[in-house]
Design a protein around this ligand. Structure first.
Ligand SMILES: [Zn+2]
Length: 64
């Protein structure tokens, strides 16, 4: 995606942890993004702030 005039890629690895006592598999919390989410918390917060000033059309154009 474009962030302003800069092209940005985020490549992140996370571990899945198998719990032997309850047989559940959980994804580790890296703190800065939700597992399976396509945006970081910080980017989501940035978009949230932009939504206060821009229309959705302007917002989409900003990230094109
Ligand atoms: Zn468990």
């Amino acid at each position: 995606m474009n962030l302003g005039s800069v092209r940005v890629w985020i490549n992140c690895s996370y571990r899945k942890i198998a719990c032997e006592s309850c047989n559940r598999i959980v994804v580790e919390d890296l703190g800065f993004f939700q597992p399976y989410s396509r945006v970081t918390h910080r980017l989501a917060a940035y978009i949230h702030e932009l939504c206060k000033m821009l229309t959705i059309t302007e917002l989409v154009k900003h990230f094109e």
